[in-house]
Design a protein around this ligand. Structure first.
Ligand code: NAP
Ligand code: HSE
Length: 423
């Protein structure tokens, strides 16, 4: 069987799994690829940390890039600018490039597209590990125009939220467990602050709508402010709190945002627990499609990397990719990103007040002043303090913010008010 040499840059959680799976299951993968895929060489920062492999492990990147037996280079180191420089060097050598690096793609997708110049370029592993969502959006659902989609796109944060509500773990304890299991990023703050899921959301928005936006242009909020108390109140009201990515098309506007949201327990996304990811899509031909699977971890991500390797190996005789990596030869419609002030949602609001007559009436009067209507209410009182939780009907976000400012100014609150959108 013909052999195709692979260069691995990074041999950590994902790179280590790619090497192990190709070694253990090379034969069955080769039967589908039509060639034998083998790792020729791997590059790491510190060789001393690594044991014996059947291939050379080195710190010499040039040796890997200049190796004529390597026709596919896989970048699995993370970061943004350095891997982008590597990608450009790979394309300049006319080698195929595969990556799991969503941060680099969120900032440099357009430039990567331009410098790939038709050279095969795969990034299935960059979004939702075990769910082949890149192929679904780019190829399988090509007949569809999308009304929008929503998803749970970060395994670590979903794991943390699930452990907190189901197993009563402390936030830090759940994060440490996710790190130990290989789910978290090298810099786990990206998992917590929504950065990682925001990067993935932009890749999906580009695949579905051809939109070219950077993380700074969209609303990204993480799970740092989500506490167990609010998760329990939400539970009583029939909701769970999830970190949700949302893309919604409204005529020439695209609402793209990533933030914690209350999701009703009856909804599919509410039932996605642990390190699982999920996406709920609405296409005009296909209707509703819900996909769910493991979103992080070495083997899960390596499975997607190897899918790209097989795809590239199947193209080896042409050396070019017959389709655009992000799915569009021509972008169908220029869409403007919806500004934050125009966001419309229902809201969960929590107020901590002195348990005195008239306080609730004043809060609801301020809400009413801005046209905000209350849908559900819950109050918990202890030690002369009351926690008032309100669920509003749908309203523009700027009106909620004005109402909260007014309530703060009235001096009714013992703590800053807390707000979460409801999906
Ligand atoms: P990791 O466990 O931290 O491994 C990183 C690897 O890259 C290590 O072998 C490291 O070598 C090497 N490396 C780092 N900087 C390098 C440099 N400048 N030059 C050469 N080698 C370098 O990371 P990971 O979890 O495998 O993630 C790798 C990529 O996959 C990231 O882009 C991440 O976002 C993405 N990803 C990860 C997952 C997941 O579940 N873990 C899922 C999807 C996508 P040393 O050990 O010598 O430093
Ligand atoms: N840290 C990421 C997550 C890895 O937890 O989802 C998968 O992209």
């Amino acid at each position: 069987m013909e052999r195709v040499g692979i260069g691995l840059i990074g041999l950590g959680t994902v790179g280590g799994s790619v090497a192990r799976i190709l070694d253990a299951f090379g034969e069955r993968i080769g039967q589908r690829a039509g060639v034998e895929l083998y790792v020729k060489r791997a590059v790491v920062r510190d060789v001393a940390k690594y044991g014996e492999f059947s291939f050379e492990v080195t710190e010499d990147l040039d040796a890997l890039l200049d190796d004529d037996e390597i026709s596919i280079v896989v970048e699995l180191i993370g970061g943004i600018e350095y891997p982008f420089e590597i990608a450009k060097r790979v394309f300049a050598r006319k080698k195929a490039f595969v990556t799991a690096n969503k941060a680099m793609l969120a900032y440099h997708a357009q430039e990567l597209l331009e410098c790939s110049e038709g050279i095969p370029f795969g990034f299935e592993a960059s979004v939702c590990g075990g769910i082949p969502i890149v192929e679904i959006l780019r190829d399988s659902l090509v007949a569809n125009e999308f009304e929008g989609f929503e998803g749970i796109l970060n395994g670590t944060s979903n794991f943390i939220l699930s452990k907190m509500i189901q197993d009563k773990y402390e936030f830090d304890e759940a994060l440490q467990m996710a790190q130990k299991l290989g789910y978290a990023e090298a810099d786990p703050s990206l998992d917590i602050n929504g950065g990682d899921a925001g990067h993935k959301l932009l890749i999906l928005a580009r695949l579905a709508y051809g939109i070219n936006a950077t993380p700074e242009e969209i609303l990204i909020e993480g799970i740092e402010s989500v506490g167990l108390e609010d998760m329990c109140f939400a539970d009583e009201l029939g909701y769970v709190i999830k970190l949700v990515g949302i893309v919604k098309k409204e005529e020439d506007t695209l609402d793209v945002r990533l933030h914690p949201a209350l999701v009703h327990k009856d909804k599919e996304l509410a039932q996605v627990h642990g390190v699982k990811n999920a996406i709920l899509l609405h296409g005009d031909c296909v209707g509703e499609l819900f996909v769910s699977g493991f979103g992080a971890g070495g083997d899960v991500t390596a499975s997607a990397v190897i899918a790209d390797l097989v795809q590239v190996a199947r193209l080896r005789n042409t050396g070019t990719c017959p389709y655009p990596p992000f799915g569009f030869f021509k972008i169908p419609q220029a869409l403007r990103l919806k500004p934050r002030e125009e966001i419309e949602s229902a809201y969960y609001l929590r107020f901590v007040v002195r348990d005195e007559y008239g306080v609730l009436a004043k809060i609801t009067a301020s809400l009413a002043h801005f046209g905000i209507s209350v849908n559900q209410i819950l109050q918990k009182s202890s030690n002369e303090k009351a926690k008032i939780i309100l669920i509003t009907h749908k309203i523009q976000e700027h009106k909620i913010d004005l109402a909260l400012d007014q309530i703060v100014t009235e001096g009714l609150l013992l703590q800053s008010p807390y707000k979460i959108r409801i999906q």
